[in-house]
Each structure stands twice: as C-alpha cells, then as structure tokens.
Design a binder for this molecule. Structure first.
Ligand code: HDL
Ligand code: ZN
Length: 420
C-alpha cells in the first residue's frame, strides 16, 4: 500500500469517502447459520457459544493434550473455560477467530483487558435473546440476514411445521445437502414424511422430490436453494446426484425463479474426532460449475469456493456466465489476508457484479466481528479502485458510490434472486 502522505489530495478524499460508505453500509448478510429468535435454543449467542465456536475448538486442540472425546464430555461452560485459557490466556489471541471474539466484546462496550470471563458471563446473563438480536444487528449494521434452513434438521423442522410469526429481518434459504449427498437416507426420510419416493429416480420419485422442494420453499419463503459439495463433485454425470440435480432441482428452481447456490470444495469429516470442526478443504473441479451454467442458461446459479486456489478460475467462469452470481469469502478464505487478495481479483475481473462477502455466522454475536473485519478490508480495496478512477480524471459522485456499495452488500443478490 502506498505511503498515504504521497497520495494526491483528491484521491485521499475519495479513499476516505469510500471507506466511510462501506463502514456505514446497511448490509444484507446473504448466508449465515443463524436463526430467527422464534427458533429458541437453535439461535446461539453469548460468550460461551462464542468461545466454543468450531473454529476456536480446532485452534485450541492444537495446544491441548486432552483426548478429544474428553473435551466433548465437558459442559459447554467447561469447554469455553478451556478454550479461553488455552487461546486467550496461555497464548495471545491473535488468530482471526480469537480476535473476532474480542472485537465483539469491545464493540459491545466491554473491557476485555480485565480478562474476566465470569464478569463477561454476568453481563450476557442480563440479556434476553430478542433484545440481544436487535442489539447485535444494530451494532453490526445489518438490515437482514439469510438463515440456512433444513427440513432434515429434527430440531428445526417442527418449528416450521408448527408455524411462527416471522421476524422479517431473518430471510430463509432451503439447504438440501442430505438430498444430494445422502440420497438413500434422504429418500427414506421423505417416505416417512409421506412423499411417494423410491430410491430409483423414476418419474414419480422426481415429481415427489419436486413436490417436497415446492412445499418447503413455499413454507419458508426461500430466497434460494443451497448445497455444499465436495471437491470431486462432477457434472454432468450418470449418477443419482446428477439425476436429482438435472430432473428435480434445476427444473424446480427454473419454474420457481430461485437460484441454486453451490458451495464447492468442502471435505466433510477429514478429522471426525473434531466433529463440526473436522471438515477440510480440497481443490474443486470447476468444470462442473461451468457445465451447470452453460447447460442450463435458464437457471440462476450462485457459487462460492472454499479453496484459495480455485478463486481465479471462479472469477473467469463468472465472467462467462451472467446466470452465475459469485459470492463471499467462505470459511477458510474468510481471513483478512485472503479477503483482500480475492476481493482485489474480483473487482479487477468483475467490476461490481458480485457479492464480496457473507459472514457464515453460527453465533449471533459473530455478525459484529465478521462484518467489522470484512468491511475494513473490502473498504480499503474498493477505496483504492475509486482512487484509481479519480487518477484518470473520472469523478464518481457520492450518489454513485452509495449505489455501488448498496449493490455489493446485498442489493445485487436481492436483484439476482428477484425478491427485492
Ligand atoms: O456448509 C456450510 O455452510 C459451511 O459454512 C459450514 O457450515 C461450516 O461449518 C461453517 O460454519 N463455515 O463457516
Ligand atoms: Zn455456511
């Protein structure tokens, strides 16, 4: 980065303006694992949930001799105590996930230098979930978040079936991993729910899978369908997964006007002993994404990739297909070093036709740090790009910058989903 003292005055002004606009933007967080407070215990929040987040668990295990199964037998509070001691007291909390916990506490006005976990717990104990959700959305400057909703989740499904008054800030997306990644078990489950499904993909099974998708997307008012796929996901194919995509999922999405979101490159359970923290990453065959977009021009696709090495190819594929919307620095790429590299690449190859970030938050409070940290990096990258325009004599107006920032932080995706 150039020495700020040598940047021409007008460029310095535009840099400050763009960074301020990004910092103050009211964001739509397009992929999270958070829940409308109506889901009760499913909505995780507070210091203990922050400390036992699976990112921190895997980092803590790197210092611990404790057998993993002993850790899992501990209460959540005891797990949090161990993570706090290991990652914050015995070692300085400089990792992105550790710093994130401190960013949250600091943004909420708590004095982290006291290092007083019991006092922190006391502060959180005074909040009710609904009020705390308002507080976190306000501090994070989010206007809405999108949940990850699965009918296959035994805790979540009954809440939808019973019905509840929606909080409009919590949008829904239908997550269909079991359908595409574990068809035999998913088929058995669908039969139990009254769908006339058989394991082979005959016409009735396809029709019943589409009925399942229709009923659930209507029930939750889904913004998009989503699946996470392993590095070796291939398409087209002659297997059941490709058949379900081709005969049921894509025709349904086309008819319903919903995007099909694919998250590529996750290797589930590379270390099962770590449970949710045990997933890894692999280089994806992006030819499958190219084939999806080119063979189904009437379908809309959203995509993100978990591997850093896939990012440039993903940008090039996005340039080729306007029915593809690229989003986020997902999971292991959601660190400042890679957010900067990836966002710079995307602005230079795609301009403004993508969504730079989602938080993937699992714990409500995380939206505060994930967005504070991302805004800082994305704001700097964008500011440099607008300063580059000013260097040519181009003068972006404040209105144009507001328009572009609103587009990047949720507006473009809402347009793409066709649900403003
Ligand atoms: O599959 C996904 O949506 C991932 O985001 C996983 O939930 C992962 O565990 C995660 O939380 N990443 O941030
Ligand atoms: Zn996720």
């Amino acid at each position: 980065m150039r020495n700020p003292n040598t940047i021409p005055k007008r460029q310095a002004e535009i840099i400050r303006l763009v960074e301020r606009k990004v910092n103050n933007a009211r964001v739509f967080d397009i992929h999270t694992h958070l829940y409308d407070p109506a889901f009760g215990q499913l909505l995780l929040w507070g210091i203990d949930d922050l400390l036992v987040y699976h990112y921190l668990v895997s980092e803590a295990f790197r210092f611990l001799d404790l057998p993993t199964e002993r850790f899992w037998q501990l209460s959540k509070r005891d797990q949090a105590d161990l993570v706090w001691k290991t990652l914050f007291i015995d070692h300085s909390p400089i990792s992105e996930a550790c710093r994130g916990v401190l960013t949250v506490l600091h943004a909420l006005g708590l004095d982290v230098k006291q290092r007083d976990l019991p006092a922190l717990r006391q502060w959180f104990a005074n909040w009710k979930p609904e009020a705390y959700a308002d507080r976190c959305l306000e501090v994070a400057k989010l206007r809405a978040i999108c949940m990850t909703n699965s009918p296959f989740d035994p805790l979540e499904r009954p809440v939808w079936e019973k019905g509840f008054r929606r909080d409009d800030r919590f949008k829904a997306a239908l997550r269909i991993d079991p359908l595409l990644m574990d068809w035999p078990n998913a088929a058995r489950q669908l039969v139990k729910w009254g769908y006339r499904i058989s394991v082979e993909l005959n016409a009735r099974t396809v029709a019943e899978v589409r009925r399942f998708l229709t009923e659930w997307c209507e029930r939750i008012n889904a913004l998009y369908l989503m699946v996470s796929l392993p590095p070796d996901f291939s398409y087209p194919g002659r297997n059941t997964q490709a058949g379900l995509i081709e005969k049921a999922v894509l025709p349904f999405c086309r008819e319903a006007g919903l995007p099909f979101a694919v998250m590529l490159g996750v290797k589930r359970g590379v270390n099962p002993a770590l449970k949710l923290a045990g997933d890894g990453v692999g280089l994806s065959n992006l030819g499958a994404l190219e084939a999806l977009c080119s063979r189904h021009p009437e379908n809309k696709f959203m995509a993100t990739a978990l591997s850093r090495e896939n990012q440039h190819t993903l940008c090039v594929i996005t340039r080729k297909f306007r029915n593809l919307h690229l989003f986020g620095c997902w999971w292991f790429t959601n660190v400042p070093a890679l957010i900067e590299e990836i966002t710079l690449m995307r602005t230079e190859l795609l301009g403004l036709s993508f969504t730079p970030q989602h938080s993937d938050s699992r714990v409500l409070d995380q939206i505060i740090y994930k967005w504070e940290h991302s805004r800082q990096v994305i704001g700097q990258v964008l500011a440099r790009k607008y300063a580059g325009l000013v260097a040519t004599g181009w003068e972006p107006s404040e209105t144009e910058i507001d328009r572009d920032v609103a587009h990047l932080f949720g507006g473009a995706l809402e347009d793409f989903c066709g649900k403003k």
